[in-house]
Design a protein around this ligand. Sequence first.
Ligand SMILES: CC(=O)N[C@H]1[C@@H](OP(=O)(O)OP(=O)(O)OC[C@H]2O[C@@H](n3ccc(=O)[nH]c3=O)[C@H](O)[C@@H]2O)O[C@H](CO)[C@@H](O)[C@@H]1O[C@H](C)C(=O)N[C@@H](C)C(=O)N[C@H](CCC(=O)O)C(=O)O
Ligand SMILES: Nc1ncnc2c1ncn2[C@@H]1O[C@H](COP(=O)(O)OP(=O)(O)OP(=O)(O)O)[C@@H](O)[C@H]1O
Ligand SMILES: N[C@H](CCC[C@H](N)C(=O)O)C(=O)O
Ligand SMILES: [Mg+2]
Length: 489
Amino acid sequence: MQVNTAAQWLGALAEQIPAQALKNLQIDSRQVSEGDVFFALPGHQQHGNAFIEQALAQGAALVITDEAPAAFVEHPQVIVMVDLINQLQGLAAQFYQHPASQMKLIAVTGTNGKSSTSCFVQQLAQQLHHNAAVIGTLGYGHPDKLTPLPNTTPHAVEIQKILAHLLEQNHQLVAMEVSSHAIVQQRIEGLMFQVGVFTNLSRDHLDYHGSMEAYGAAKARLFTRHYCQQAVINVSDAFGAGLAAQCELPFCAIGTLEACRPFERYLAYSAVQPIPGGFSCKVHSPEGDFELTLPLIGLFNIENALAAIAALSLCGYPVAALCQAAAVLRAIPGRMEQFQFPHPLTLVVDFAHTPDALQLALEALRPHCRGHLWCVFGCGGDRDQGKRPLMASAAEGYADRIVITSDNPRHEDANQICQQIAAGMSETACYQIEPNREHAIKLALSEAQPNDVILVAGKGHETYQQIGDVFRDYDERAFIRQLQREMSR
Ligand SMILES: CC(=O)N[C@H]1[C@@H](OP(=O)(O)OP(=O)(O)OC[C@H]2O[C@@H](n3ccc(=O)[nH]c3=O)[C@H](O)[C@@H]2O)O[C@H](CO)[C@@H](O)[C@@H]1O[C@H](C)C(=O)N[C@@H](C)C(=O)N[C@H](CCC(=O)O)C(=O)O
Ligand SMILES: Nc1ncnc2c1ncn2[C@@H]1O[C@H](COP(=O)(O)OP(=O)(O)OP(=O)(O)O)[C@@H](O)[C@H]1O
Ligand SMILES: N[C@H](CCC[C@H](N)C(=O)O)C(=O)O
Ligand SMILES: [Mg+2]
């Protein structure tokens, strides 16, 4: 059967199966169980049509596709929907009873800082007594009990399912990471965010987008009336300043006082002072000035925290209360997370996996380092290969000792990735190569001297290492805790 609109789809459903008999919408046949609707969708590698038989065998009540394969043209449970990709979010929203209409949604995009900023939005809203959740790289839900997700930004259908679940748990506000892949792949189609936040743009994902122009253009699409009502833009970032100059949405600029000066609405920072475990600074806005004390290391966290404060202020929360609440912000798992070792030695696990983030993480640690600053890092396989020499330059420029290791090799050879990183080092660079990640960490720990600081970058919160199609158990933070125990005996 062929249908053209969501209304027809619902009509078709009513004829065949009572809607309440349908359990869930699924985009992956492997997740289908009795009573589910399976959307067989085109992908980069294959068409979901290849899994119709499997989905039906697992009890799918209905299959919706954009083009039925010959064997299923007359099948009573297979519906062909014209222009399916553009209707998906609408269908899913209808099926899950429009959960987004009962919540505040905040989108966060940018190369780095999406997870941090969205988690800060969640923490601040929660402190001001609003039940808030996140959707992003770390999973979805309340940060104390996150459900893992395969992607940073889930598929359009999954988003509606997750929002319905979060609403059921009484969440009133959701901070959601929006990746550039998600914008291009229409995963956020049909959503309207109260606020869209832009953190920054630097080199990443060129394997997917092809050029920085295309990557930037993908991010910029979020900041239109199609997706957002208002925006927060980091104007200290060069791309952000350009975005602000052309933004059709009402927006609040964030950044240094200097960068924010041209803008009518802003939250700017100045007078940054290091304090034990963090920073204090002044926050300036047209409504007045505020003090901000942040218990977080990494200067970039000032921008992340300000972005979160600005986003919530656009939702109606008072800036003064938000600045006060920021004093107890907690670091995100695997972001500048510190582990103390005897001698004394500090090891820091951070999720920096772009040249910009690696440089900033190392710069952030330098003031905390009285000895040598170490950098243990690798680069992900099946990702932008051009990042490799740039990450090497960042490490060489800002660390004293370097151990090149593996990250997630995926379908590439780990040794070869290490060699491609090494090719970006100058002749005088001081580095070692140890492709085994655990061995690389142990190597740095065994050679480090008292008062050295070791940055272990790239995997942060991840609890696996992907080698080929295998996700082997590898929880870097747990591994380091175990080393801490062994070395303190
Ligand atoms: C390149 C890319 O973005 N791929 C995404 C895409 O997969 P695909 O098009 O390759 O799917 P496919 O394998 O061809 O399969 C086609 C369809 O058949 C279905 N299928 C497939 C196999 C099966 O057994 N049964 C089945 O039903 C699939 O669910 C899919 O609907 O659609 C899938 C389902 O939504 C995504 O999980 C998948 O993300 C992959 C895992 C990925 O690595 N994506 C990365 C690049 C990504 O999107 N990253 C960003 C983060 C970036 C950042 O943080 O900066 C993200 O948002 O996660
Ligand atoms: N505002 C920022 N500017 C630059 N670097 C940042 C910023 N915030 C965090 N970082 C660095 O980037 C790393 C990743 O941070 P975070 O997880 O918040 O980013 P993300 O955008 O969610 O990343 P991903 O795209 O992988 O989901 C951190 O571990 C830190 O090194
Ligand atoms: N969202 C990023 C995460 C990278 C994490 C890093 N550990 C790697 O595997 O490169 C990506 O999928 O490109
Ligand atoms: Mg993230």
